[in-house]
Design a protein around this ligand. Sequence first.
Ligand code: CTP
Ligand code: ZN
Length: 157
Amino acid sequence: MEREVERELKIQKIKNGTVIDHLPAGSGLTVLHILGIDKGYKNAVSIAINVPSKRWGMKDVVKVEDRILRPEETDKLSLIAPEATINIIRDYKVSGKNKVTIPNDITGVLKCGNPSCITNKREPITPVFSVEKNKPIVLRCKFCERIMERDSIEAQL
Ligand code: CTP
Ligand code: ZN
């Protein structure tokens, strides 16, 4: 007799690496971009887009073998997925689980949109933004006070 059709297909578990879970639906490709995985990655990568989530209805999930996130990548991730969970996988087990947090200051990741800003002059001054608002994300340049909103933030990630 034929087996009942499986209704659930889970993405394969990974052996070692990072699972980024609870991403806002549709943000998974941006996450791959932040990780530089669009530029040719040698190990296995799985992405689930718009899959059911108990918490939000829909979510994205990104699983990357043999890779951990650098602090700069985590900062970038926090700007588009402030409620994501970063799971570190070692030998198939979840060995670490961290909620993404938006840092108080975003340093050296984004450029200020104000051409007259001191951070855009010849003398190199590292741009620093403070978080003005969380949802939706709004940042403020610490040097010229110019506001930066989600679209211009995402365009720079
Ligand atoms: N996972 C994986 N490979 C493994 C272990 C876990 O891909 N070897 C994935 C799971 O599929 C899940 C995420 O890592 O998407 C976190 O795993 P786990 O903590 O076991 O799941 P939950 O308890 O559902 O996580 P949370 O409470 O954070 O929702
Ligand atoms: Zn500025």
